[in-house]
Design a protein around this ligand. Structure first.
Ligand SMILES: [Zn+2]
Length: 405
């Protein structure tokens, strides 16, 4: 824990907080800044582990809440842990379940998501996932969170201690403690109470983690524990949370919770939070990632971030292309009916080397399953190459020029 730093800074950019580094885990080293692939149910949707390796994906994040409900940590643990179970042997994270507790609780009552882009009525909200107001399915107490399974209605309890045990059974390389995520509609008083509870839960999670550290019965004998900073979009709370969590002796940090009602607020949250965290540990931003956000986050000192957008957009027909509006084109639209060019002539991915926009558009419109795989491969490769460019740009102090391009 505090006596070792798994993160090494290689280069700090001259005029920003951006840095390149190496994050050492039990299953390999992650070169940062890095994109973390979202493998909610121990699978990146539509793409198998061998293809992910070929794409150059460095690290994936799985979801403790979903894997706890199905197939269960006992099953995954008995089969050797997440790496053996899934066939992905690279670095892996598991989130704490805090965001799911939030999604089922306050977010449901308020009918909102974590940032403005998933507010009700937003045109970018993915179809079928617009949140409806309803009664919270969660009972939060000091002890933990009691919730009903979305699968069968059965009753479950997450405590800071039980979540650490679940994550150790899953066997990820980086685990996160239970936290309470607040909604952008919570006031400062509630957000403070939730933040203080998150801090108490962080201490309990840390104690449980240290107690189990040497236990040889878990699939991963050398995991890292990252602390989660909360505090909503309130400066005083974010600074206090970063300092408090920063002093507890975590191996690295994640910035979670409501990041405000707009992108500007989100960037301000980062500007308040990052400088209050220890410089020598890596910083993960939980669950964002439009292309523009990514540059903005890296400039503000973020080392890793996870985002479901590249895979979700791909399945909806949106593929990344430099220079296009919002950096993407939608293959569902008609200009591509007889377009014989690849998505991106400069892309080295399997999809761009073998298939035309016209064929991909046909697969997309026909609902062919191969479309999901081919489109996802391109979007992941785009982002992985972009991260490599960003690392290169930081090391030559030219991030701003790369961003403009
Ligand atoms: Zn491609």
């Amino acid at each position: 824990m505090a006596d070792r730093s798994p993160f090494t800074i290689l280069h700090r950019e001259a005029d920003t907080l951006a840095r390149t580094g190496e994050l050492k885990t039990a299953h390999g080293t992650v070169r940062t800044p890095a994109f973390v692939g979202v493998a909610t149910r121990a699978s990146i949707k539509a793409v198998e582990p061998q293809a992910l390796r070929d794409l150059g994906l460095q690290i994936a994040i799985c979801n403790t809440y979903h894997l706890h409900l199905r197939p269960g940590e006992e099953t995954i643990g008995a089969l050797g842990g997440l790496h053996r179970f899934s066939g992905w042997f690279g670095p892996t994270m598991t989130d704490s379940g805090g965001f799911q507790v939030f999604s089922l609780g306050a977010a449901k009552e308020h009918g909102v998501g974590k940032v403005a882009s998933i507010f009700p009525g937003d045109k970018d909200a993915p179809r079928g996932r617009r949140r409806e107001r309803g009664k919270s399915l969660v009972r939060l107490t000091e002890e933990g969170a009691e919730f009903r399974s979305i699968l069968d209605g059965s009753l479950h309890t997450f405590t800071p201690e039980s979540v650490i045990t679940i994550e150790r059974k899953l066997g990820a390389d980086i685990v996160l403690p239970l936290d309470e995520c607040t909604s952008p509609l919570h006031d400062a008083a509630y957000t403070r109470r939730a933040m203080e509870r998150t801090h108490r839960w962080a201490r309990r999670g840390l104690a449980a983690f240290r107690l189990l550290k040497e236990d040889p019965s878990f699939p991963n004998s050398d995991p890292l524990l990252f602390g989660i900073v909360q505090g909503g979009a309130y400066r005083e709370l974010r600074e206090e949370s970063a300092r408090t969590i920063g002093e507890m002796g975590f191996d690295g940090f994640a910035i979670g919770g409501s990041l405000g009602r707009s992108k500007d607020e989100m960037f301000r949250v980062l500007e308040w939070t990052v400088p209050c965290l220890p410089e020598t540990r890596s910083r993960h931003l939980l669950g964002i990632g439009e292309i523009d956000d990514l540059f903005a986050a890296v400039r503000r000192g973020i080392d890793t971030f996870d985002c479901a957008a590249p895979t979700r957009l791909a399945r909806n027909g949106s593929v990344f292309l430099k220079g296009a509006t919002r950096h993407r084109i939608n293959l569902r639209t008609s200009p591509f009916t007889r377009d014989d060019r690849p998505i991106d002539p400069d892309c080295d991915c399997y999809t761009c080397r073998h298939h035309s926009r016209a064929y991909l558009r046909h697969l997309c419109r026909a609902g062919e399953l191969s479309f999901y795989r081919l489109a996802t491969i391109h979007n992941l490769r785009f982002l992985i190459r972009l991260m490599a460019e960003i690392r290169e740009a930081i090391s030559t102090d030219s991030l701003e020029a790369t961003e403009k391009e």
